[in-house]
Design a protein. Sequence first.
Length: 378
Amino acid sequence: MIKKWILTLLACVAIAAVLIGYKVLDNRANEQAAASAPEYSETVAAAEVESIEYQPVVSVLGKVVAPQQVELRNEVAGIVAQVNFASGAQVTKGQLLLQLNINEEQAQLQSAIARAELALSTQKRIKKLRDSKAVSQDQYDKAVAELRMATADKAMIEATIAKRTLRAPFDAITGIHAFDVGQYLEENTLITTLVGVQDFLWVDFSLPQIYAALPEVVSVMVGPLSEGANAELWQPLAAPVIARESVMKAESRSLHYRAQVTRGESGLLANAIVSVKVPVAAEQRVLAVPAVAILYSSSGPYVFVLNDDKTAAMQPAYRAQRQPVTLGYQQGDLIIVKSGLEVGQRIASAGSFKLSDGLLTFLPVPAEPGTAATEVVP
């Protein structure tokens, strides 16, 4: 019985020895294969840290203002007797736009003119008689007073007629209206909106008090409010600032400015809302990198600096080094870097998310004209 147990034990030991030997040989083979295999690497695009001219700007909302704009309203009620303008038409200064019924006033005016002429004739006749002492001074004073009253009555009726006669106060483009002859208008009815035909427009905007007052000679960029389809209608315009409010608004603690744009270049309409980019500091040189090169983690933004690696089998080769950075504003496709990098350093751009600290890195092989770029395969 003992002999059988001894034989079984020896068989188990032999089997274990064979398995252990096989595992050792397999591990050695794997190690040799790993040693002969190339190091893991990635291929990414690269960019250099640039030094660019940069001027900090803030974007605020602005309102387009026409230098001449007025809502034309009737001062007194009445019936429309004549409409002398079309919707959206250009009118000239002094042109009759709308006439309310003045038949009664015209009759009263004829009567007032007759009384004024009579009073004037009487006053002249009595003046001659007074000079010859044929009448008293009291009679002359009465004739003068009657002339003045008749003249005042005539002027009052003429003023009433003027209130019922609406004329263009300046050369302008009219708005849309829907008035017809015979229509009764209450007083203070909006007749139309008149916008002057000057070749320029104003853009009003405000800056909070956290920014210094703009210098006397400065320009802002006026552009579309959105960057969608509307942005294709017109390009941003340089607009010189022509005026500044003398005091800060108490309710908003902001300072009001006015810039001027050429009407024909933008096609802007009065009261439109636009985006205004305002320079808030002097121009300076700063470091900038492509926005695609910036990566983010819980500890903040960082980039991968690509350092030369002369030990790699294939050249040129680089080692990725994670480098924390402090960022500023974004300008187009570039982001301002306040600290962490130096001019001329090579960093990973497109594809940088594939890297890790210390990873062997290659750059795409430059493509021949008419062919696509290829990745480096070690």
